[in-house]
Design a protein around this ligand. Sequence first.
Ligand code: R5P
Length: 298
Amino acid sequence: MRRLTLALPGNEELAHSLAQACGSEVGGIEIRRFPDGESYVRLHGDPLGRPVDLVCTLARPDPQFLSLVFAADAARELGASEVNLVAPYLAYMRQDKRFQEGESVTSLSFARLVSSTFDKLLTVDPHLHRHPTLSAVYTIPTKALHAAPLLADWIVQHVEKPLVVGPDEESEQWVGAIAARIGVPHAVLRKTRHGDRSVDIDAPDLSAWRDRTPVLVDDIASSGRTLAMAAHKLVEQGMRRPECVVVHALFAEDAWTQLAPLFFRITSTDAVPHASNRIALAPLFAQALLSGQTDPCG
Ligand code: R5P
């Protein structure tokens, strides 16, 4: 029986590409507010006896999450053989520790809620920092897909003589892999974070690469401060105006208007719908869903 793909509002484009790549049927989810602010959720499409893939990127998780749970529960009650969450951007991965007394470790609470609602979780490049793997926090089968090969292929096709640059030490593994895949050099900057919107960046001497186009690569652009500071450091050294390639285009508040003038071009995957999306993730998700392979549970 064909799978059923259902998009939460705002995720229709990726859901359609995913359904096309998987050969699944596309249904719909109707969501509206009752006068008192509660949510009304109705599935359009019959889940009976087949896997249902709910597509919902979690870039703005708080207003969406309850409707997502209601839709998943409805699919299960209506007979879905499994209910999966395709969340290209997985929220609440960054508060992975109690930094100050009394703080909520939201990555753990969020993982518990998702694990009690879905059978499987598929995502792309979750922000794993102090949690080594998704299975360290999620109790359902998960699949963390990697966009690096897609980023590398985009860079080699669109940028002349690239120098792949990571804005902080955390990005070393990424930029190293991207540069190795396309046979170009890479460099890594050093970042010190002072607050949500305050970072300092130090750059090594990059003068040997002045004839190249720097391509800043990061997993997330949120406040945009990391990329902005990194771009300034490159230009201060007389490098060309950089390109920027990110996986998750969150661009919170005024980040996009601050960043756009600093770069020759900003490119992102379609993990979070945005005008900068140029790299499609549907084939990656389709392959994972059809092969059924997940990482072991913790
Ligand atoms: C942090 O470690 C990540 O890799 C990103 O560099 C970070 O989340 C970007 O955040 P922002 O855009 O707020 O500087």
